[in-house]
Design a protein around this ligand. Structure first.
Ligand code: AMP
Length: 320
């Protein structure tokens, strides 16, 4: 499969690399890391990183959008990274490309792309991109290694989440061998504003805990403006309620101007199928979905609680 992807890359002069909406470190890392690899190995090709921007990982670069014309997709190759379903691809014009390659690590409900490479067990898409480069004999450089290491580190929760294995460490070691400045990266990722620190206090004081072992927090527009944080900063705090004894099922409801998104996490039952019921998906222990209105919150929490209780009592997670 990697061979097939490499052969397609060789065929095209222009390659547009897409990611998902509301990009995170793994998405940016895969996009900018792959772009750096392709520029290093095929300097004659025109490579574009396309899609939404993220403040959190803006140190890796800024994707293009408005400067990309429809014309540019004609006869071009689109590579979509870190994106499970077609609806989540940032910048839908990728479909206008001559050929589409998908490289991802999400559990796919519906498939897209002419060539599809998915490793559901991989803890980050950056790990897959790194493996692709190594196994294809492509040269890496510092820029590629820094971007890819950023994605590996962020999507594994600093090497803590499921899926981290010896392959993760070996590929991370390869990236580090290019001299990645881990202290600089940690400064980018770990230093936060005083407003965010205060919002953390709010989250810990206002999280709701249900008898079924679910912890949740509501990030309403009021709270977000009161604490003067960005949407991205507010949404990022889901992990804060993730290590409380007795509450292995947790989530953050994020009220965006036009929708309510749920960031669902678990140390117990798998949650991707619950997410499917609410128009979303993702991984077994980390998924995203949405509510049509706050009226649906109680039903969602009830189902999440039932799922958790069923898992605690039976050890199974096939309720949905
Ligand atoms: P998030 O809470 O947004 O970080 O999402 C957790 C995981 O689920 C990430 O890997 C997302 O890419 C994925 N995800 C989030 N929302 C959706 C969705 N609506 N459909 C499919 N996957 C999603």
């Amino acid at each position: 499969m990697f061979n097939q992807i490499l052969e397609e890359i060789k065929k095209y002069n222009r390659i547009l690399i897409h990611g998902h909406i509301r990009p995170d470190g793994d998405c940016y890392g895969s996009q900018f890391g792959l772009a750096a690899i392709l520029k290093e190995n095929f300097p004659e090709k025109e490579i574009h990183v396309v899609g939404d921007t993220s403040g959190f990982v803006s140190f890796l670069g800024i994707p293009e959008k408005e400067t990309i014309t429809d014309e540019m997709y004609k006869g071009a190759l689109a590579i979509v990274v870190d994106t499970g379903s077609a609806e989540r691809v940032s910048e839908p014009r990728y479909v206008m490309a001559d050929k589409i390659i998908k490289i991802d690590h999400h559990i796919a409900q519906t498939q897209y792309g002419d060539i599809v490479y998915v490793e559901e067990e991989a803890p980050s898409c950056c790990q897959i991109v790194t493996k692709f480069a190594v196994e294809s004999g492509l040269r890496l450089n510092y820029e590629a290694a820094f971007a890819l290491y950023t994605g590996v580190v962020t999507d594994t929760g600093r090497f803590r989440f499921r899926g981290v294995d010896s392959e993760t460490m070996m590929l991370a070691a390869t990236l580090l061998s290019y001299g990645v400045d881990v202290e600089k990266l940690d400064n980018y990722l770990s230093v936060e504003t005083m407003d965010v620190v205060k919002l953390k206090g709010y989250v810990l004081q206002n999280a709701v805990f249900t008898p079924d072992g679910v912890a949740y927090i509501k990030m309403t527009r009021d709270v977000i403006s009161q604490y003067n944080v960005t949407d991205e900063e507010a949404a990022s705090l889901v992990g804060l309620i993730g290590s409380i004894e007795g509450y292995p099922a947790y989530c953050l409801f994020m009220e965006y101007p036009n929708e309510i998104r749920i960031r669902i996490r678990s140390r117990g039952p798998r949650v991707d199928k619950l997410a499917n019921r609410y128009g979303g998906g993702g991984h077994e222990k980390a998924a995203g979905a949405h509510l049509d209105s706050w009226d649906e919150l109680d039903t969602f929490i009830k189902e999440f609680g039932e799922l958790n209780r069923y898992y605690q009592e039976t050890g199974k997670d096939d309720l949905f």
